[in-house]
Design a binder for this molecule. Sequence first.
Ligand code: FE
Length: 341
Amino acid sequence: MKTKPTRPLVAIALIATLLNNAQAEENVLNLYSARHYQTDEALYANFTKQTGIRINRIEGKEDELLERIKNEGANSPADILLTVDAARLAVAHEMGLFAPLKSAWLESRIPAHLRTDDWFSYSTRARVIVYAKGAVKPADVQSYQDLAKPELKGKVCSRSGSHPYNLSLMASIIAHQGEARAEEWAKNVVANFSRAPKGGDTDQIKAVAAGECAVALSNTYYVARLMRSDKAEDKKTMEKVGVIWPDQQGSGTHINISGGGMLKTSQHKAAAIKFLEYLASDDAQRYFADGNNEWPVVASVKVVNPALDALGKFKADVLPVGSLAMYRSKAQMIFDRAGYR
Ligand code: FE
């Protein structure tokens, strides 16, 4: 049997499909994330429960995600980029990837020095000095500046100067002391190296414990991770090392952040803003910070974390994260000149 073409029905079906698509489009958020922690499932599920917005997650390494968004260009499906380190977020900003966002909620929740016009910090980590008990007196290594003292010749381990964590620290030193003193510092630290820079922060802690060097720098969450580890070798490592909060008498310990922003090319801007605002809520702050043994940026939010509690309270440097960004490329040039590779 031959069916007559039913144009109105086709049209209605077409409209229905379009409407469905439009609805589906509004209720989804494409998240590019360099986070991959246990608490993330709860963090995202909670958002979907509150808003009905489904999250598609693309996980990758920090620099790969940036590269991917750049390559996707105007067609990138990404709505949000979450990553770690102010220097990396600065790169995304300089590439023009983020859309400016003014949000009264975010302004009321996140301290001014931890946000910019287009990206926001959601958790903080501090860059501390780890020392070998017995090998140095903690009183002699109370600041980043102290790592450059001639007394520490052959006693300093470090990860690469090109790594964002060290670039951000260097950026803060430039901001506080100027380029000339920052370069002097870098040269003197290099002169104190016990070996050429290699490995990550955890490797530096282990090298200190193994007696390969007496002092090194590490982010607090690596320290906390080892403190909370059940492995016998990690326990042994932590028995041998102590932790110092640098610059407590000066500008405070350098802190770095993890954070994110909405992409300029986002097709779901309303959902993206909801998500960025959600991340500053009490619940989300707890999940976000605790997933990686970090501190929430919202001061009133308390996390229960035995390792962070054991590390204690400290005075943090309140240099705006935007300044870290500003001095990032200068920091790299200074490290290069100083041979801090
Ligand atoms: Fe890390």
